[in-house]
Design a protein around this ligand. Structure first.
Ligand SMILES: CC(C)(COP(=O)(O)OP(=O)(O)OC[C@H]1O[C@@H](n2cnc3c(N)ncnc32)[C@H](O)[C@@H]1OP(=O)(O)O)[C@@H](O)C(=O)NCCC(=O)NCCS
Length: 172
């Protein structure tokens, strides 16, 4: 098992993992499966802002999970804050892959000089909340009834981890 940077060649397996989570869970506040065309603009956004997409692959090169981050809020003074996401393929959960990916994304955010990593986690997602707490994330708020899916209101909990970077933050 290895961590790897994922380019567009991973669009199809990333899409499969996302669509399984969209259809079976409230991990994503999304109703309909995404398409490969939508993955094009997803990767474009990552490439434009140089946001990493980090995957875990097995020895045969099959994608077991991935993590990435993106803009938290699109106003300039939020520039040191990013919001990440993390997904592990259904049959590979519970084997420590999520932990390795979360460690890798924290490291990448520090290397890119970000200060704040935010996870927006459905309040009922006990696995993800436990994982984030284990990696030093602290609860920093909840938006009640932020979403509506599967016929019910969903509460969105926010977790943050503050990083020691950047050494010299500056306006502008
Ligand atoms: C959340 C997710 C990324 C975690 O990945 P994973 O590879 O299963 O995670 P790990 O195996 O590294 O760790 C899971 C930990 O949660 C613990 N856990 C599992 N269910 C739990 C629960 N209901 N309550 C508390 N802890 C729980 C496990 O015991 C494990 O901890 P341990 O390593 O100390 O034993 C993965 O389950 C997933 O992709 N889920 C669907 C999509 C999703 O929810 N993504 C997150 C959106 S915010």
């Amino acid at each position: 098992m290895n961590l790897t940077r994922c380019g567009r060649e991973y669009a199809a397996p990333i899409l499969d993992i996302l669509n399984e989570a969209i259809q079976s869970s409230t991990a994503l506040y999304d109703y309909r499966p995404r398409t490969l065309t939508m993955m094009d603009s997803w990767f474009e956004g990552k490439e434009k802002d140089e946001y990493p997409v980090i995957g875990m692959v097995d020895d045969a090169g099959r994608l077991l999970g991935f993590t990435s981050y993106g803009t938290f809020r699109a106003w300039p003074a939020y520039k040191y804050t990013v919001e990440h996401s993390i997904y592990v393929e259904k049959n590979s959960r519970g084997h420590g892959i999520g932990g390795k990916l979360l460690g890798a994304v924290i490291k990448a955010a520090g290397e890119q000089g970000f200060h704040n990593l935010i996870g927006g986690i459905d309040a009922e997602n006990a696995t993800s909340i436990a994982l984030h707490r284990r990696y030093g994330f602290e609860h920093c708020g909840i938006i009640r009834h932020a979403g509506f899916k599967f016929g019910r209101w969903l509460d969105l909990a926010f977790y943050q981890r503050i990083l020691p970077t950047p050494t010299q933050p500056a306006d502008g």
